[in-house]
Design a protein around this ligand. Structure first.
Ligand SMILES: [Zn+2]
Ligand SMILES: [Zn+2]
Length: 427
Protein backbone atom coordinates (compact mmCIF):
# COMPACT_ATOMS: atom_id res chain seq x y z
CA UNK A 1 0.00 0.00 0.00
CA UNK A 2 1.46 3.32 -1.08
CA UNK A 3 0.42 5.12 2.08
CA UNK A 4 2.17 2.60 4.30
CA UNK A 5 5.23 2.77 2.15
CA UNK A 6 5.19 6.55 2.24
CA UNK A 7 4.72 6.52 5.98
CA UNK A 8 7.60 4.15 6.44
CA UNK A 9 9.85 6.17 4.15
CA UNK A 10 8.87 9.41 5.82
CA UNK A 11 9.49 8.12 9.33
CA UNK A 12 12.86 6.72 8.29
CA UNK A 13 13.92 10.02 6.83
CA UNK A 14 12.21 12.35 9.22
CA UNK A 15 15.09 12.39 11.66
CA UNK A 16 17.69 12.51 8.92
CA UNK A 17 16.20 15.41 7.03
CA UNK A 18 17.78 17.99 9.29
CA UNK A 19 21.24 16.55 8.65
CA UNK A 20 20.66 16.13 4.93
CA UNK A 21 19.55 19.69 4.69
CA UNK A 22 22.70 20.99 6.21
CA UNK A 23 24.53 19.28 3.36
CA UNK A 24 21.92 20.53 0.93
CA UNK A 25 22.43 24.06 2.14
CA UNK A 26 26.15 23.79 1.54
CA UNK A 27 25.79 22.01 -1.79
CA UNK A 28 23.02 24.16 -3.18
CA UNK A 29 25.45 27.07 -2.70
CA UNK A 30 23.19 29.96 -2.09
CA UNK A 31 20.01 28.47 -3.56
CA UNK A 32 18.56 27.91 -0.12
CA UNK A 33 17.54 30.60 2.28
CA UNK A 34 19.15 30.49 5.68
CA UNK A 35 15.83 29.77 7.41
CA UNK A 36 15.21 26.73 5.21
CA UNK A 37 15.96 24.09 7.84
CA UNK A 38 13.22 25.27 10.14
CA UNK A 39 10.76 25.44 7.27
CA UNK A 40 11.44 21.88 6.24
CA UNK A 41 11.06 20.52 9.73
CA UNK A 42 7.62 22.07 9.83
CA UNK A 43 6.81 20.71 6.38
CA UNK A 44 7.92 17.21 7.29
CA UNK A 45 6.20 17.16 10.66
CA UNK A 46 2.87 18.30 9.30
CA UNK A 47 2.67 15.50 6.76
CA UNK A 48 -0.41 13.35 7.28
CA UNK A 49 -0.69 10.16 5.34
CA UNK A 50 -3.89 8.19 5.04
CA UNK A 51 -4.18 5.23 7.35
CA UNK A 52 -4.18 2.04 5.34
CA UNK A 53 -7.50 0.94 6.87
CA UNK A 54 -9.16 4.05 5.47
CA UNK A 55 -7.59 3.47 2.11
CA UNK A 56 -8.81 -0.10 2.10
CA UNK A 57 -12.34 1.03 2.89
CA UNK A 58 -12.17 3.43 0.02
CA UNK A 59 -10.88 0.73 -2.32
CA UNK A 60 -13.52 -1.78 -1.37
CA UNK A 61 -16.19 0.85 -1.93
CA UNK A 62 -14.77 1.43 -5.34
CA UNK A 63 -14.78 -2.23 -6.28
CA UNK A 64 -18.55 -1.99 -6.09
CA UNK A 65 -18.76 0.99 -8.39
CA UNK A 66 -19.52 0.50 -12.05
CA UNK A 67 -17.42 1.35 -15.05
CA UNK A 68 -19.84 4.17 -15.89
CA UNK A 69 -18.62 6.09 -12.87
CA UNK A 70 -17.06 9.31 -13.98
CA UNK A 71 -14.87 11.55 -11.95
CA UNK A 72 -17.48 14.24 -12.12
CA UNK A 73 -19.59 12.11 -9.80
CA UNK A 74 -17.17 12.40 -6.90
CA UNK A 75 -19.18 13.97 -4.07
CA UNK A 76 -18.16 17.59 -3.65
CA UNK A 77 -17.27 16.99 -0.01
CA UNK A 78 -14.41 14.79 -1.17
CA UNK A 79 -12.69 17.78 -2.68
CA UNK A 80 -12.08 19.36 0.68
CA UNK A 81 -11.53 16.21 2.66
CA UNK A 82 -8.18 14.88 3.66
CA UNK A 83 -7.49 11.42 2.43
CA UNK A 84 -8.11 9.29 -0.56
CA UNK A 85 -10.79 9.32 -3.16
CA UNK A 86 -10.92 7.10 -6.17
CA UNK A 87 -12.75 6.91 -9.39
CA UNK A 88 -12.66 5.32 -12.79
CA UNK A 89 -11.84 7.16 -15.94
CA UNK A 90 -14.99 7.87 -17.91
CA UNK A 91 -15.71 5.21 -20.52
CA UNK A 92 -16.55 7.95 -22.98
CA UNK A 93 -13.42 9.92 -22.26
CA UNK A 94 -11.95 11.09 -25.59
CA UNK A 95 -8.50 10.41 -24.17
CA UNK A 96 -9.15 6.67 -24.49
CA UNK A 97 -8.20 7.10 -28.17
CA UNK A 98 -4.61 7.23 -27.06
CA UNK A 99 -4.84 4.27 -24.70
CA UNK A 100 -1.42 2.89 -23.80
CA UNK A 101 -0.65 -0.60 -22.51
CA UNK A 102 0.26 -0.22 -18.86
CA UNK A 103 0.47 -3.96 -18.04
CA UNK A 104 -0.34 -3.69 -14.37
CA UNK A 105 1.89 -0.66 -13.83
CA UNK A 106 1.11 2.45 -11.86
CA UNK A 107 1.70 6.14 -12.55
CA UNK A 108 2.04 8.34 -9.51
CA UNK A 109 1.97 12.10 -9.88
CA UNK A 110 2.91 14.26 -6.92
CA UNK A 111 2.02 17.93 -6.97
CA UNK A 112 4.53 19.04 -4.37
CA UNK A 113 3.62 21.91 -2.07
CA UNK A 114 6.41 24.37 -2.83
CA UNK A 115 4.56 27.51 -1.73
CA UNK A 116 4.11 30.05 -4.53
CA UNK A 117 5.38 28.02 -7.49
CA UNK A 118 5.04 24.73 -9.32
CA UNK A 119 6.66 21.31 -8.94
CA UNK A 120 5.30 17.97 -10.16
CA UNK A 121 7.04 14.62 -9.81
CA UNK A 122 5.95 11.72 -12.01
CA UNK A 123 6.92 8.16 -11.08
CA UNK A 124 6.20 5.25 -13.42
CA UNK A 125 7.72 1.75 -13.39
CA UNK A 126 10.84 2.99 -11.60
CA UNK A 127 11.27 5.94 -13.99
CA UNK A 128 11.01 9.53 -12.85
CA UNK A 129 10.33 12.96 -14.31
CA UNK A 130 10.39 16.23 -12.38
CA UNK A 131 8.46 19.04 -14.01
CA UNK A 132 9.58 22.32 -12.37
CA UNK A 133 11.08 22.65 -8.91
CA UNK A 134 9.29 25.55 -7.26
CA UNK A 135 11.00 28.78 -6.11
CA UNK A 136 14.55 28.92 -4.69
CA UNK A 137 13.04 28.90 -1.18
CA UNK A 138 11.65 25.41 -1.82
CA UNK A 139 15.07 23.92 -2.64
CA UNK A 140 15.11 22.08 0.68
CA UNK A 141 11.62 20.65 0.05
CA UNK A 142 12.61 19.35 -3.39
CA UNK A 143 15.89 17.92 -2.16
CA UNK A 144 14.21 16.12 0.77
CA UNK A 145 11.35 14.88 -1.42
CA UNK A 146 13.68 13.19 -3.90
CA UNK A 147 15.79 11.69 -1.11
CA UNK A 148 12.71 10.48 0.79
CA UNK A 149 11.56 8.65 -2.30
CA UNK A 150 15.03 7.20 -2.97
CA UNK A 151 15.14 8.76 -6.41
CA UNK A 152 18.78 8.51 -7.40
CA UNK A 153 18.13 9.26 -11.01
CA UNK A 154 15.55 11.42 -12.71
CA UNK A 155 15.07 10.23 -16.27
CA UNK A 156 13.84 13.71 -17.19
CA UNK A 157 13.92 17.12 -15.63
CA UNK A 158 11.72 19.77 -17.21
CA UNK A 159 11.97 23.50 -16.62
CA UNK A 160 8.70 24.58 -18.20
CA UNK A 161 10.10 28.12 -18.39
CA UNK A 162 12.87 29.99 -16.61
CA UNK A 163 10.79 31.99 -14.12
CA UNK A 164 12.22 31.58 -10.62
CA UNK A 165 9.01 30.11 -9.16
CA UNK A 166 9.45 27.12 -11.51
CA UNK A 167 13.18 26.76 -12.01
CA UNK A 168 14.36 27.94 -8.57
CA UNK A 169 14.40 24.51 -6.91
CA UNK A 170 15.83 22.57 -9.86
CA UNK A 171 19.46 23.09 -8.86
CA UNK A 172 18.68 21.37 -5.55
CA UNK A 173 16.99 18.53 -7.47
CA UNK A 174 20.24 18.04 -9.37
CA UNK A 175 22.11 17.90 -6.06
CA UNK A 176 19.79 15.12 -4.88
CA UNK A 177 19.60 13.08 -8.10
CA UNK A 178 21.35 12.44 -11.36
CA UNK A 179 19.44 13.31 -14.48
CA UNK A 180 19.15 11.70 -17.92
CA UNK A 181 17.72 14.46 -20.08
CA UNK A 182 16.92 18.08 -19.28
CA UNK A 183 14.42 20.27 -21.12
CA UNK A 184 13.82 24.01 -21.11
CA UNK A 185 12.28 26.26 -23.78
CA UNK A 186 15.43 28.44 -23.77
CA UNK A 187 19.12 27.58 -23.51
CA UNK A 188 20.07 30.92 -21.95
CA UNK A 189 18.30 33.14 -19.44
CA UNK A 190 19.43 35.95 -17.26
CA UNK A 191 18.49 35.03 -13.72
CA UNK A 192 20.28 33.37 -10.83
CA UNK A 193 18.00 30.32 -10.77
CA UNK A 194 18.63 29.51 -14.42
CA UNK A 195 22.38 29.89 -13.94
CA UNK A 196 22.37 27.57 -10.89
CA UNK A 197 20.32 24.98 -12.82
CA UNK A 198 22.53 25.24 -15.86
CA UNK A 199 25.75 24.96 -13.77
CA UNK A 200 24.53 21.71 -12.15
CA UNK A 201 23.72 20.29 -15.59
CA UNK A 202 27.22 21.11 -16.82
CA UNK A 203 28.61 19.37 -13.75
CA UNK A 204 26.56 16.27 -14.61
CA UNK A 205 27.62 16.58 -18.26
CA UNK A 206 24.02 16.77 -19.37
CA UNK A 207 23.19 19.04 -22.26
CA UNK A 208 20.07 21.19 -21.94
CA UNK A 209 17.60 20.55 -24.77
CA UNK A 210 14.75 22.61 -26.16
CA UNK A 211 12.13 20.00 -27.00
CA UNK A 212 10.24 20.61 -30.20
CA UNK A 213 6.50 20.58 -30.30
CA UNK A 214 5.23 17.10 -31.14
CA UNK A 215 8.19 15.36 -29.54
CA UNK A 216 7.22 12.10 -27.82
CA UNK A 217 9.05 10.14 -25.16
CA UNK A 218 8.27 7.35 -22.73
CA UNK A 219 8.40 7.41 -18.95
CA UNK A 220 8.12 3.70 -18.19
CA UNK A 221 4.75 2.76 -19.67
CA UNK A 222 3.54 6.37 -19.61
CA UNK A 223 3.53 8.10 -22.98
CA UNK A 224 4.52 11.78 -22.99
CA UNK A 225 3.93 14.29 -25.78
CA UNK A 226 5.23 17.85 -25.91
CA UNK A 227 2.32 19.90 -27.24
CA UNK A 228 3.58 23.42 -26.59
CA UNK A 229 4.92 25.96 -27.13
CA UNK A 230 3.84 25.79 -30.77
CA UNK A 231 5.44 29.15 -31.55
CA UNK A 232 7.93 31.42 -29.88
CA UNK A 233 6.52 34.17 -27.71
CA UNK A 234 8.19 37.23 -26.26
CA UNK A 235 6.58 36.50 -22.93
CA UNK A 236 8.32 33.88 -20.77
CA UNK A 237 5.04 32.38 -19.55
CA UNK A 238 3.79 31.89 -23.09
CA UNK A 239 6.90 29.90 -23.96
CA UNK A 240 6.03 27.33 -21.31
CA UNK A 241 6.66 23.70 -22.22
CA UNK A 242 3.27 21.95 -22.15
CA UNK A 243 3.27 18.16 -21.83
CA UNK A 244 0.43 15.68 -22.05
CA UNK A 245 1.04 12.35 -20.33
CA UNK A 246 -1.14 9.37 -21.24
CA UNK A 247 -1.20 6.29 -19.07
CA UNK A 248 -3.67 3.57 -20.02
CA UNK A 249 -7.06 5.24 -20.24
CA UNK A 250 -5.99 8.12 -18.04
CA UNK A 251 -4.18 11.33 -18.94
CA UNK A 252 -2.58 14.36 -17.34
CA UNK A 253 -1.79 17.80 -18.73
CA UNK A 254 1.09 19.91 -17.42
CA UNK A 255 0.90 23.52 -18.53
CA UNK A 256 3.58 25.55 -16.75
CA UNK A 257 2.46 29.19 -16.79
CA UNK A 258 0.99 29.20 -20.31
CA UNK A 259 -1.54 32.01 -20.60
CA UNK A 260 -4.45 32.43 -22.99
CA UNK A 261 -2.12 33.36 -25.88
CA UNK A 262 -0.24 30.04 -25.72
CA UNK A 263 -3.41 28.09 -24.96
CA UNK A 264 -4.95 29.54 -28.15
CA UNK A 265 -1.96 28.59 -30.26
CA UNK A 266 -2.03 25.02 -28.88
CA UNK A 267 -5.77 24.85 -29.53
CA UNK A 268 -5.14 25.92 -33.14
CA UNK A 269 -2.55 23.16 -33.58
CA UNK A 270 -5.37 20.63 -33.22
CA UNK A 271 -3.41 18.22 -31.03
CA UNK A 272 -5.12 15.88 -28.57
CA UNK A 273 -5.73 17.92 -25.42
CA UNK A 274 -8.35 15.84 -23.63
CA UNK A 275 -7.01 15.06 -20.16
CA UNK A 276 -8.52 13.71 -16.96
CA UNK A 277 -6.20 15.78 -14.79
CA UNK A 278 -5.25 19.38 -15.54
CA UNK A 279 -2.41 21.11 -13.73
CA UNK A 280 -4.05 24.53 -13.90
CA UNK A 281 -1.81 27.02 -15.64
CA UNK A 282 -0.12 29.99 -14.00
CA UNK A 283 -1.31 29.16 -10.48
CA UNK A 284 -4.91 30.01 -11.37
CA UNK A 285 -4.24 33.38 -13.02
CA UNK A 286 -7.32 34.83 -14.69
CA UNK A 287 -5.34 35.26 -17.95
CA UNK A 288 -4.99 31.49 -18.35
CA UNK A 289 -7.33 28.48 -18.30
CA UNK A 290 -9.77 30.05 -20.73
CA UNK A 291 -13.21 28.66 -21.46
CA UNK A 292 -12.03 27.51 -24.89
CA UNK A 293 -9.11 25.66 -23.27
CA UNK A 294 -11.31 23.92 -20.71
CA UNK A 295 -13.77 23.02 -23.45
CA UNK A 296 -11.07 20.97 -25.20
CA UNK A 297 -9.17 19.62 -22.18
CA UNK A 298 -12.39 18.57 -20.43
CA UNK A 299 -10.65 17.78 -17.15
CA UNK A 300 -12.43 15.92 -14.37
CA UNK A 301 -9.78 16.86 -11.84
CA UNK A 302 -7.79 20.10 -11.64
CA UNK A 303 -4.83 20.92 -9.43
CA UNK A 304 -3.76 24.46 -8.61
CA UNK A 305 -0.27 24.90 -7.23
CA UNK A 306 0.09 28.18 -5.35
CA UNK A 307 1.27 29.60 -2.05
CA UNK A 308 -0.98 30.30 0.90
CA UNK A 309 -1.74 34.04 1.07
CA UNK A 310 0.40 34.73 -2.00
CA UNK A 311 0.66 38.38 -2.94
CA UNK A 312 -0.76 37.79 -6.45
CA UNK A 313 -4.17 36.73 -5.20
CA UNK A 314 -3.83 33.29 -6.91
CA UNK A 315 -6.01 31.41 -7.61
CA UNK A 316 -8.28 34.06 -9.10
CA UNK A 317 -12.05 34.11 -8.88
CA UNK A 318 -12.66 33.88 -12.67
CA UNK A 319 -10.66 30.64 -12.98
CA UNK A 320 -12.25 29.11 -9.87
CA UNK A 321 -15.63 29.95 -11.37
CA UNK A 322 -14.79 28.44 -14.76
CA UNK A 323 -13.70 25.19 -13.08
CA UNK A 324 -16.65 25.07 -10.72
CA UNK A 325 -19.17 25.70 -13.50
CA UNK A 326 -17.82 22.66 -15.32
CA UNK A 327 -18.13 20.45 -12.24
CA UNK A 328 -14.36 19.90 -12.07
CA UNK A 329 -13.05 18.42 -8.81
CA UNK A 330 -10.40 20.83 -7.59
CA UNK A 331 -7.36 20.32 -5.37
CA UNK A 332 -5.06 23.10 -4.17
CA UNK A 333 -1.57 22.86 -2.72
CA UNK A 334 -2.06 26.07 -0.70
CA UNK A 335 -4.94 24.44 1.20
CA UNK A 336 -4.16 20.72 1.00
CA UNK A 337 -0.36 20.52 0.87
CA UNK A 338 1.20 17.79 -1.28
CA UNK A 339 -1.30 16.14 -3.60
CA UNK A 340 -0.74 12.63 -4.95
CA UNK A 341 -2.77 11.34 -7.89
CA UNK A 342 -2.23 7.68 -8.57
CA UNK A 343 -3.39 6.02 -11.78
CA UNK A 344 -3.55 2.30 -12.52
CA UNK A 345 -4.46 3.12 -16.10
CA UNK A 346 -8.19 3.05 -15.37
CA UNK A 347 -8.78 4.54 -11.95
CA UNK A 348 -7.45 7.68 -10.35
CA UNK A 349 -6.88 7.83 -6.62
CA UNK A 350 -6.23 11.20 -5.01
CA UNK A 351 -4.48 11.57 -1.66
CA UNK A 352 -3.95 14.93 -0.01
CA UNK A 353 -1.43 15.69 2.69
CA UNK A 354 -3.75 17.98 4.65
CA UNK A 355 -7.39 18.48 5.31
CA UNK A 356 -8.99 21.84 4.62
CA UNK A 357 -12.11 23.38 6.08
CA UNK A 358 -12.16 25.94 3.34
CA UNK A 359 -14.19 25.53 0.16
CA UNK A 360 -11.53 25.01 -2.53
CA UNK A 361 -13.52 27.25 -4.87
CA UNK A 362 -13.18 30.25 -2.58
CA UNK A 363 -10.66 32.81 -3.77
CA UNK A 364 -8.06 33.97 -1.25
CA UNK A 365 -8.65 37.26 0.52
CA UNK A 366 -5.69 39.36 -0.34
CA UNK A 367 -4.21 41.55 2.34
CA UNK A 368 -2.51 44.56 0.77
CA UNK A 369 1.19 43.78 0.55
CA UNK A 370 1.94 47.48 0.76
CA UNK A 371 -0.23 49.13 3.40
CA UNK A 372 -1.14 52.72 2.68
CA UNK A 373 1.85 54.84 3.53
CA UNK A 374 -0.17 58.04 3.20
CA UNK A 375 2.03 59.14 0.31
CA UNK A 376 0.95 59.90 -3.23
CA UNK A 377 1.84 57.35 -5.93
CA UNK A 378 1.08 56.71 -9.57
CA UNK A 379 -1.72 54.24 -10.23
CA UNK A 380 -3.71 53.16 -13.26
CA UNK A 381 -7.47 52.82 -12.92
CA UNK A 382 -9.59 50.58 -15.09
CA UNK A 383 -12.82 52.57 -15.22
CA UNK A 384 -14.73 49.56 -16.53
CA UNK A 385 -13.80 47.09 -13.76
CA UNK A 386 -13.35 49.66 -10.99
CA UNK A 387 -9.95 48.26 -10.11
CA UNK A 388 -6.69 50.16 -9.71
CA UNK A 389 -3.22 48.87 -10.51
CA UNK A 390 0.44 49.66 -10.18
CA UNK A 391 1.56 51.11 -13.52
CA UNK A 392 3.77 48.05 -14.21
CA UNK A 393 1.01 45.49 -13.59
CA UNK A 394 0.43 42.96 -16.38
CA UNK A 395 -3.21 43.96 -16.45
CA UNK A 396 -2.33 47.52 -17.44
CA UNK A 397 -0.61 46.41 -20.64
CA UNK A 398 -3.70 44.37 -21.53
CA UNK A 399 -6.16 47.13 -20.64
CA UNK A 400 -8.26 48.73 -23.35
CA UNK A 401 -7.04 52.34 -23.84
CA UNK A 402 -10.56 53.69 -23.49
CA UNK A 403 -10.88 52.16 -19.99
CA UNK A 404 -7.46 53.31 -18.82
CA UNK A 405 -7.13 56.32 -16.52
CA UNK A 406 -3.91 57.44 -14.90
CA UNK A 407 -4.10 58.60 -11.29
CA UNK A 408 -1.69 60.26 -8.90
CA UNK A 409 -2.69 60.24 -5.25
CA UNK A 410 -2.87 58.11 -2.13
CA UNK A 411 -4.08 54.52 -2.05
CA UNK A 412 -6.75 55.38 0.51
CA UNK A 413 -8.17 58.19 -1.60
CA UNK A 414 -8.71 55.69 -4.44
CA UNK A 415 -10.44 53.24 -2.11
CA UNK A 416 -12.59 56.05 -0.75
CA UNK A 417 -13.60 56.84 -4.33
CA UNK A 418 -14.83 53.24 -4.60
CA UNK A 419 -11.95 51.63 -6.51
CA UNK A 420 -10.60 48.24 -5.44
CA UNK A 421 -6.92 47.21 -5.53
CA UNK A 422 -5.96 44.67 -8.22
CA UNK A 423 -5.37 41.21 -6.80
CA UNK A 424 -2.42 40.56 -9.11
CA UNK A 425 -0.19 43.56 -8.38
CA UNK A 426 -1.70 44.38 -4.97
CA UNK A 427 -1.08 48.17 -5.16
ZN1 LIG B 1 5.99 32.20 -15.05
ZN1 LIG C 1 4.68 30.54 -12.13
Amino acid sequence: MISNWLKKRRSQWKHLIGMILIFALVLAAGCVKTDATAETSIHSDSVTVMESSETETSESQLTESTTETTMKEIPESDTSAEGTSETESAATDPSTDSTTDVSGGVLEVYFIDVGQGDASLLCCDGHYMLIDGGPPESSDVIFAFLREHDIEKLDYIVATHPDADHIGGLAAALEASEVGRAFCPVLKYDNYSFQAFSDRLVRQQVELETPSCGMVFELGSAHCTVIGPTEESEKTNNNSIVIRVAFGNTSFLFTGDAEGVEEDSILKSGCDLASDVLKVSHHGSEYATTDAWLEEVKPSIAVISCGMDNSYGFPTAPVLKRLQQRGVTLYRTDLQGDILIRSDGVRLEVTTEKDTDQDVFTEPILEPSVPDDGLEHDYVINVRTGKFHNPDCDAVSKMDEKNKQEYHGTRNSLIEEGYAPCKMCAP
